[in-house]
Design a protein around this ligand. Structure first.
Ligand code: UD1
Length: 418
């Protein structure tokens, strides 16, 4: 999708289904390499990062493909280690999970340095330190990472000084393949980490402490494939809740889980939105004007960094000063200049963004500089009467399943140009 043209300024009405979570799908697909067997994974979103991951796995000898709407079959029996295609691996961040998965199963790995959204520094030092603790020898060059554990990985104690989702995933994958017990302290507690642990447990792994910041893994057990359905995308759901806040109206998000979004829903309620939660559904409306807010983006259960740009876009329409302090990716502000092009009074300094909202935005042309920046621009565009053009919109396809179609289902005229 080269560009998305949104005719905004009208309230959203209707119901859509929330897709499976990108950040759960990608680790799980790489985790399927751990068992030389067949896994069937349900509720997989049809997004670019998933298609790229399937292509990476297939080029390594797996059969990894959609067998119906949202179900992926992964047959990883014939995967060849150290054979991932550099070009594709460089296109996404989650390909870093190949390192942990290959080390666990084959005792060796090699992959190009992964890419992903440019939202600031994204080093891999914590991932590699975890591998070293479990007995791997790691080699880093300018463009690739290799690691070997000729006599296999062994258990150990890994203490993370900083919470990292990616390093937690890689350490879990490696620990499941390491002989003996591994204790992981200071791990990320995001719901998709729980999803990964639940899938691996279904494959025969022994993991305790799931959901807490300390995991114990008895590694080296024989693994088999499993059938598993992914959690719904809490960031997609959050993005649509912000869209409703910005444009008004009343929407229902089928399949969304309120327990993953409790802080977000509380914040939106405090701002003046009506949010009604049922077991498999969240409905939202904006009965009147919203109040400005102050937030800190931090690791789960804190406010998610992946929702920060969308809330900043929502704040542009709220009279008064709103603030968001970003502690996870302190340079995640490329969207700020784009919102300014639409007339927003917004400034980022020292890891904090300040928005003086309420002066009307005007239509214009912006660039989707990264996935959630693009989402923020969509939210702003929905609040603006007239046509706003979002260029480089392909990046939205990396993480939002059928976004133009879902917006149309809520009554928004959208043109997607490919
Ligand atoms: C993942 C998500 C991303 C989300 C982020 C935080 C995927 C594909 N991406 O990214 O959408 O925004 O979690 O919720 O799931 N860090 C280090 N050294 C490391 C690893 C990380 O210093 O080895 C730092 C990073 O620079 C960052 C912080 O730790 O400042 C958090 O990063 P991390 O949680 O690892 O994010 P990702 O796994 O890259």
């Amino acid at each position: 999708m080269k560009k998305m043209i949104i005719r905004g300024g009208r309230p959203l009405y209707g119901e859509i289904k929330i897709s499976g979570f990108k950040n759960a799908a990608l680790p799980l697909l790489y985790a399927s390499v751990l068992a030389a067997d067949v896994s069937v994974i349900g509720n997989v979103p049809r997004i670019l990062d998933v298609f790229r991951t399937l292509e990476i796995l297939e080029s390594m000898g797996a059969i990894a493909r959609f067998v119906d709407g949202n179900t992926v079959l992964c047959d990883t029996r014939f995967v060849r280690p150290c054979s991932s295609p550099d070009g594709l691996v460089r296109k996404l961040r989650a390909s870093a999970y190949l390192l942990g998965a290959e080390l666990a199963r084959f005792g060796k790995t090699r992959a190009a340095i992964p890419g992903g959204c440019s939202i600031g520094r994204r080093p891999l030092d914590l991932h590699l330190a975890a591998f070293r603790t479990l007995g791997a020898e790691v080699r880093e060059s300018e463009d690739a990472i290799g690691a070997t554990a000729p006599s296999g990985l062994h258990g150990g104690e890994i203490v993370f000084g900083k919470v990292s989702v990616g390093a937690t995933v890689n350490a879990i994958l490696a620990a499941v393949g390491a002989r003996g017990e591994t204790i992981l302290r200071g791990v990320a507690r995001e719901p998709h980490i729980t999803d990964l642990c639940d899938y691996l447990t279904a494959c025969g792994a022994a993991i305790s402490g799931v959901g807490s910041d300390c995991l114990r893994i008895r590694g080296g057990l024989p693994l088999h494939g499993a059938t598993y359905a992914l959690m719904p995308d809490m960031i997609e759901a959050g993005t649509f809740l912000c869209a409703c806040g910005a444009a008004g109206g009343e929407i229902c998000l089928r399949g969304a889980k309120a327990e993953h979004l409790s802080l977000l829903c509380t914040t939106l309620r405090e701002m003046g939105m009506e949010i009604r939660c049922a077991p498999q559904q969240i409905c939202a409306s904006r009965p009147g004007p919203l109040a400005p807010f102050s937030l800190v983006a931090e690791p789960y259960p804190g406010f998610p960094t992946d929702m920060h740009p969308q809330f900043a876009a929502l704040a542009t329409g709220i009279p008064g000063c709103s603030r968001i302090r970003e502690t996870v990716f302190p340079d995640r502000f490329r969207y700020v200049g784009e919102l300014r092009r639409l007339g927003a009074t917004i400034e980022a300094r020292d890891g904090e963004v300040m928005i003086n909202g309420g002066s009307s935005l005007h239509p214009g042309c912006v660039f989707a500089t990264d996935l959630r920046a693009g989402a923020a621009e969509v939210i702003a565009a929905l609040s603006i009467p007239g046509e706003t053009v979002i260029r480089d919109a392909e990046i939205l396809e990396r993480g939002y399943d059928a976004l133009p179609g879902k917006l149309r289902a809520l009554g928004v005229p959208v043109i997607a140009e490919f």
